[in-house]
Each structure stands twice: as C-alpha cells, then as structure tokens.
Design a protein around this ligand. Structure first.
Ligand code: ADP
Length: 524
C-alpha cells in the first residue's frame, strides 16, 4: 500500500526496528529508547496510525524524527504544528542533529517560503541543495517539513506536496503535533486543526501519528474521530509512578497552609517546588516563609525575564533548594531529584496536575506530592474557566472596539479595552484571552498593543454559541471531576490516588494500588 510507507513490507519489521535504533544512535546519540518511543515506532512500522500521549520532556519528537532520518524509506515527514514560535526551535533542533528540516508559515519572508516549497517539490531529485547558509547538512531531499494547519489553505502548498510525490518523495508520515488542538472542547481549539481530517483524506490518508502531552480519555477519542483514524493504536505513556506519594491535606486559609508547608518541609528535605495559581498568594507566602527563615527562589510572570532566569538558575544549580512558582516553571526543565512537590492552590486540571507532579522524583526515588486543598480555592479555578472561555459576543465586542478606535486602543492598550468594557476586576483576564484568541483566529495582528491592527472578521465557526456552550460545559465538568478527586475521602475503600489519576488518562489500572498515597497508607 503506497500510503503505508513506514509499514510497507519492502523491508521486514525487525530490519526497520534495527534501522530505527541505528538512526537513534548515530544521528541522535541516544543509547536507548525512552518511555513509549519504541512502542510508537513499532506501531508505525506495523503499518498502523498512532496517537501517542506522552508527558512533556519524554521525547515525542524523536517518534517522527527517527522515521524522517531513515533514508531507505522514501519520502518526508510532514509535521503540523500550531505555533510558529515553536517551529523555529523545532527546525533548529532537527538541523542541529543533521536532519534536513525546514518550515513554512506566514511569519517568514515569502521568498524563503517559496524556496522551501521548491526544495520540497524537487523531492528525491533535490540532491545538492544548500539552505542559503551553505550548510552541508541540507544537501539532499527535505526530510522534515513543519507547517501550520493554515498552510493547507494555499494551493501552492498542495502543489508542492504533489510534485514531491511525483518526484519520488511522498509523505511517509503525517505528524499532528499538539493534537489536542483538534478537540472542539478544548481551549486550544483551532479551526484549521479541525479541518485536518479532510486534508488527510485529500492527501490520500498517509500514515499518521498524532502527538500530545495532554489528553484525557474523551479528548483522545475526539482526536481519533476528527482525524478519521480507524484502528489506530493509542499509546498512553504509563503514568504509573509509584515513587510519587500523593497526599491531599484539607486546609483552610493561608495560615493553615503555611503551617502545613512548614511541617511538610521538615518531613521531606531536599529540593522542593511549591506551586501557586495566583501570583498574589505566591508573594504573600514568600514573605511569610522568608520571615520564618526559609531561603527560597521565586518564579512567576511578573518578574522581569532576567530575574526569572536568575531565580531559576539558583534553584537548578542547588544554591537554593526551595522554589515557589506558578505552573509555567518546570516546563522543559530536567531536575531529577525534586523530593517534595506541593500545590498550595488547586491545579487547573487533571492534565496540569499530572504534568506538574511529573516534575517530582524523575530519578525514580521516593518523592512526596502534597496538595493543600481548600474548598474556597475552587472558586479561583472556576473563575479561570470562565475567564479563559469568553462568550463569542464578548470577543466580537473587543474586536469591534479595536477596529473602531485603533489609535486609542494602541495607545492605551488593555486599559482602554477594560475601561470600555466596564471591566474593573483586574484579575479577570477575559479581555486578554479575547485578544489572544483574535490573534490566533487571524482577525487581529500585532504582538504588542501598540501594533494592534484589526485585519478581518472572526470566522463564523468560532462565533457558534453551541460550540461555546459545549466548550464551557466541558471545562466546568473537568473542574468538577478534579474537585471530586481531591475530595475523595481518605478511607480504606477509596480508590488509590495514583490509580485515579492514571484512570483518567485511560490507563488500565483496575484494582492496582501504589501503596504510598494517603489512601493506601490508611489501609495499612
Ligand atoms: P517532548 O516533545 O515530548 O516534550 P522532546 O522531543 O523535546 O520532548 O524531547 C525532550 C528531551 O529528551 C530532548 O532533550 C531530547 O533530546 C531528549 N530525548 C528524547 N529521546 C531520548 C532518548 N531516547 N534518550 C535520551 N534522551 C532523549
């Protein structure tokens, strides 16, 4: 089958796995597969489509970079990626490893885009191309092309893909990165992602790999349905990490939380990360514990970049062993020996919770994950849900405001929008969310308020009230399930905490117990 290139029988399965290991070693310098990488590749080499759910930092990219580097299998890997900002890093990192990689997106000069599409179109005939920097790496056909889903709106893109195929260089793997953007429920929903099912069909259903770090069971099903993947294999990286002892402590108010922190800090020495949802609480906590003599670093969005970097470095290098942070801290960071991971406020979702506790105990040694649960904090997350899912009418009004009064909007920025929308609660970030969505939907341009430019209408699909209501309801239900998790009583017949987390990602853990969470402990 021509559209099952990785799974075709031209090469035996074992030979392909061996070749893949060889590429992993030679090109990437890795001695072994990590996590579920091997299973994902096995699935692809058996000719199946796959959805892989792997936490950030586990090495999702290798799952498509290795097939890209396997020159005996003709063709290139097309990676659909939502963020132009990320794409540049992805291309650089692939190139550093010696892969012939490029991107096409709207933010690059037209010439460069055309040059890349020509390179693609030449297909297997592109034998002596230089990327303009004279790099020897780029000699030969393109191996990986990164593109935003919006590229499919351009016929020139289709034509280049078609020429590549005619020139012996078909898509050997269609990779949909950040595949959760396809789910109409999600906050990251992207209209052009939801069209990928159609595009995939028009491409002749090439073998497909969907990747995401965050997808609970219903989202996984949504991704497969939207991409029209039948009989695909869903590979969920096991989150069974019984070295993480989950404990939920009911607390009320900041004083009790500080007491609980002090007690746990004494019980669990070593590097510790303490997470907050609100910067305001973080700062207050920081002042209080500094008075009690706890030396620590802090990391949040109100610090200047330079200071944030310095604080992070302090913690990573071991100058301090306590970090108070908002959840952004920890992404892409590999500190193996975090022994205590505390949530002072409720995390935003089960996905977020799981990602965050995943930053503890990476070395496999026993670590404690403690949540200071306060029923009053649920309203913080409930506000976040509301504010990050603004009503389409509200978003439209923000766009109208900017369009009607561009000069003033540019001069006064968000303050102008807030005053015009009668928004006086400064924590309410509905206006900011609306601007971000308008940019993503292509109705507004400009990174900074002073560059704002209303450039079009909001696509109708986004204005759909039903979709909005479904999305809001879905997010509220998710929060409700999270609350249920934290309110699950510590009684002998309650389910094990780790098993509950794992089950929400679709892992089959029926009857398993970690033996170390508060519930398991109560059984002893
Ligand atoms: P993700 O996309 O899942 O967040 P990346 O693909 O960016 O993760 O990989 C995270 C890090 O892990 C990278 O530094 C990568 O080089 C490294 N990595 C990936 N696979 C392996 C492996 N098999 N062995 C060792 N390191 C790996």
């Amino acid at each position: 089958m021509s559209n099952r290139l990785l799974g075709s029988e031209a090469q035996a399965f074992t030979t392909k796995m061996e070749a893949a290991s060889e590429v992993r070693r030679r090109v990437f310098g890795f001695e072994a597969w990590r996590g579920e990488q091997e299973r994902v590749l096995e699935s692809l080499f058996q000719g199946r489509d796959a959805l892989a759910v792997m936490p950030t930092g586990m090495g999702k990219s290798l799952c498509y970079q290795v097939p890209a580097g396997m020159e005996k299998i003709p063709g290139f890997v097309l990676v659909i990626s939502p963020l132009i900002a990320l794409m540049k890093d992805q291309v650089d990192s692939a190139r550093q490893k010696g892969l012939r990689a490029a991107a096409v997106h709207s933010a690059m000069p037209r010439e460069e885009r055309e040059r890349t599409l020509r390179w693609l179109a030449e297909g297997a005939l592109a034998s002596s191309r230089a990327d303009g920097r004279g790099s020897a790496q780029s000699q030969g056909p393109l191996q990986i092309l990164y593109a935003t889903p919006e590229r499919f709106r351009q016929e020139t893109f289709w034509e280049a893909i078609k020429s590549a195929e005619q020139n012996g260089h078909p898509i050997k793997l269609l990779t949909v990165d950040e595949a959760h953007c396809i789910s109409t429920w999600g906050h990251d929903f992207r209209l052009d992602y939801s069209r990928l099912g159609d595009h995939r069909a028009r491409l002749g259903n090439p073998q497909t790999l969907a990747l995401t770090a965050t997808a609970t069971r219903p989202t996984q099903e949504d991704i497969l349905r939207e991409l029209r993947i039948e009989n695909g294999e869903t590979i969920v990286s096991s989150i069974w990490r019984p070295n993480l002892a989950i404990e939920v402590l009911e607390t009320s108010g900041i004083d009790e939380k500080i007491q609980a922190f002090v007690m746990n800090r004494h019980l669990h020495p070593g590097p510790a990360i303490v997470y907050f949802s609100l910067i305001q609480t973080l700062k207050k906590f920081s002042d209080e514990i500094a008075r009690l003599g706890f030396v620590h670093s802090v990391y949040h969005g109100q610090l200047a970049d330079k200071n944030r970097k310095r604080e992070q470095e302090e913690f990573l290098s071991g100058q301090t062993d306590l970090m108070l942070a908002t959840p952004a801290f920890g992404l892409g960071i590999d500190k193996p020996d975090v022994r205590l991971l505390m949530h002072v406020e409720l995390p935003g979702s089960m996905e977020a919770y799981y990602q965050e506790i995943g930053r503890a105990g990476r070395d496999g040694a026993a670590s404690n994950c403690v949540v200071l649960y306060d029923r009053d904090d649920v309203s913080i997350q409930s506000d976040f849900v509301k504010w990050s899912t603004p009503d389409p009418g509200f978003i439209q009004s923000v766009l109208n405001l900017i369009a009607r009064n561009e000069m003033r909007a540019r001069q006064e920025g968000f303050d102008y929008l807030r005053s015009q929308m009668n928004f006086y609660n400064r924590r309410d970030f509905r206006v900011e969310t609306s601007v971000a969505l308008l940019e993503r939907w292509g109705a507004l341009e400009g990174r900074e308020p002073r560059e704002w430019k209303a450039v079009g209408e909001i696509p109708e699909e986004y204005l759909d009230q039903d979709r909005y209501k479904r999305s809001l309801k879905h997010r509220e239900e998710k929060l409700y399930r999270l609350v249920q998790f934290f309110e699950s009583p510590v009684e002998a017949d309650s389910p094990c905490r780790l098993a509950m987390v794992a089950a929400s990602f679709g892992e089959d853990v029926a009857g398993r117990r970690c033996g170390v969470c508060d519930v398991c402990h109560s059984k002893k």
